[in-house]
Design a binder for this molecule. Structure first.
Ligand code: AMP
Length: 491
């Protein structure tokens, strides 16, 4: 049996369905068909795992065989076990050097971008390796190094670490990586986004060149391919992505909106739909900050999360979003991956991603655990190719909506544009307003029910701007010289 091809209708499982793009690997029906030791099989059986997930089915056999691996997978696909199980198997079945004296030195190192993830991974090692004699520890910043150093001095087989603190301990000569046999770089794209490239390179240099390296990343931009080239030797490439398996529960639509109409449109929709918890994606960190500032200025409680934010800032933003203190979180793709919030009602793609898989990851943040969700994208003239690529990948045409007339006319006034009609029409050349036409019925009923709880702040905006809620900022901008407005618009 082989995994489904790209674009095929995905089955609905809680774990994602595979796109076996790099290599076609048979699906394994049971863990017992993998060459894992009984102690590990017992531990995972206790966890209730019986069938390997697609990434596990693809990654475990070559990893057990000692091959380097380049894995395209994100959290939620079962990727932790995909690298943890072969590590535990290899370390526990390798002969112990009885002549060696002193505490155990680490033989496997997993680098993770954040301390939450490091803790999570270390917990998984503990569970999967409970019947082995292997010891593991997590090393990360933001806390005292005392207990971490004590663990290291007592001897550990596996270290799960964030790069900064590990490098710090290396500089103090408190950790020795000379016996590392297996190195895992997890969430590599997020690591690069957080500026960890130099620490990664320094850490890699401290390990033996002859080792097994496994690199996992949710996306494979050129920077990751470069890094993979320098770290991996003849890697096996495996890839899984959550394809529109949850899409049936996610109502998707796209507004063909000129760039300058995006902000007013977003404000309009945030108010109109009575959005309870919205995640808004921008392409860049700078864009995320800028949009957040503008939303706050318009009275929307918003926070930004991206790789340039400090760990505690990200933590605070997430907490505030999770608890409902701020109902809007503006994020970049990589930063959003650490977000584990269940009841996100809306995902907005303020910018369309140029990687179509990122779209699938983004909208998968809503409609979780069987709940329905709404994904609304904005597409300006320069993003049409991205939209086409997304539709090709998902095999679905996303319903096009036109920008509401009041948003368009206000946008026209403030921007004094002459070409707004170009994008004001949907891709069929028809003009259709929100909720108009039979296919938009669900939206209409949704917005009606949500209107009842339209946020007070929207009403406030309405009052002070004489009935045009969305255009506070723009109106002020209208007084600016044209060149200044143009530079404001630029990211
Ligand atoms: P991860 O992507 O590693 O964060 O895993 C996502 C979730 O899937 C975790 O809660 C794991 O416990 C769970 N999981 C991993 N592998 C399996 C499996 N083969 N069967 C069932 N659940 C799994």
């Amino acid at each position: 049996m082989f995994q489904s091809d790209l674009g095929e209708e995905a089955q609905t499982t809680h774990l994602a369905v595979t796109i076996a793009r790099f290599e076609e690997i048979p699906l394994l029906l049971h863990f017992s068909s993998l060459d894992l030791s009984q102690r590990i099989l017992d531990a995972i059986a206790q966890e209730g795992y019986d069938t390997p997930t697609p990434i596990q089915a693809q990654a475990i056999p070559p990893a057990l065989a000692g091959r380097d691996l380049l894995g395209c997978a994100q959290t939620g696909t079962g990727k932790t076990a995909a690298f943890a199980l072969p590590i535990l198997h290899r370390l526990s079945s390798a002969p112990v050097d009885k002549s060696r004296r002193g505490p155990v030195t680490p033989r496997a190192l997993v680098l993770s971008p954040t301390r939450e993830l490091a803790n999570q991974i270390e917990g998984s090692f503990k569970v999967y390796g409970q019947y082995t004699k292997l010891r593991q520890t997590a090393i990360y910043g933001g806390v005292s190094q005392f207990h971490q150093v004590r663990h290291l001095q007592r001897g550990v087989d596996i270290i799960v670490a964030t790069p900064g603190r590990l490098l710090d301990l290396m500089e103090q000569r408190l950790v020795d990586l000379r016996n590392i046999e297996i190195f895992v770089l997890d969430e590599a794209d997020r690591m690069l986004d957080m500026g960890f490239i130099q620490p990664i390179r320094s850490i890699a240099k401290a390990m033996p060149a002859k080792r097994q390296t496994l690199l996992f990343s949710a996306t494979m931009p050129r920077s990751i391919m470069h890094l993979a080239d320098s770290l991996l030797h003849d890697p096996v490439k495996v890839s899984v992505a959550p394809v529109a398996s949850t899409a049936a529960l996610i109502e998707q639509s796209v507004y063909m909106a000129p760039r300058e109409a995006k902000l007013p449109l977003l404000e309009h929709l945030l108010a109109k739909h009575g959005v309870e918890r919205a995640l808004i994606f921008t392409r860049t960190k700078f864009g995320a900050d800028k949009l957040t500032r503008k939303l706050i200025h318009a009275g929307v409680k918003a926070l930004a999360i991206h790789g340039n934010k400090a760990q505690n800032q990200r933590q605070r933003a997430l907490e505030s979003f999770r608890s409902g203190k701020s109902r809007v979180l503006v994020a970049t793709d990589v930063a959003a991956r650490g977000i584990d919030v269940d009841s996100i009602t809306h995902v907005f793609n303020f910018d369309l991603p140029n990687d179509p898989e990122a779209y699938v990851h983004r909208i998968g943040r809503t409609g979780r655990a069987g709940a329905t969700g709404i994904a609304i994208s904005f597409c300006d003239g320069s993003e049409r190719n991205h939209l086409r690529a997304i539709e090709r990948l998902t095999g679905k045409r996303i319903e096009a909506m036109s920008v509401p007339e009041d948003v368009r006319s206000a946008s026209r006034t403030t921007e004094n544009r002459t070409d707004e009609n170009r994008d004001g029409e949907n891709r069929n050349g028809q003009k259709r307003s929100e909720g108009g036409g039979s296919s938009a019925k669900p939206k209409r009923s949704r917005s009606r029910s949500n209107n009842a709880e339209a946020p007070a702040q929207h009403q406030r905006r309405k009052k002070s701007s004489g009935g045009a809620p969305a255009f506070h900022g723009k109106k002020r901008n209208a007084a600016k010289p044209r060149a200044a407005r143009r530079s404001d618009r630029r990211k």
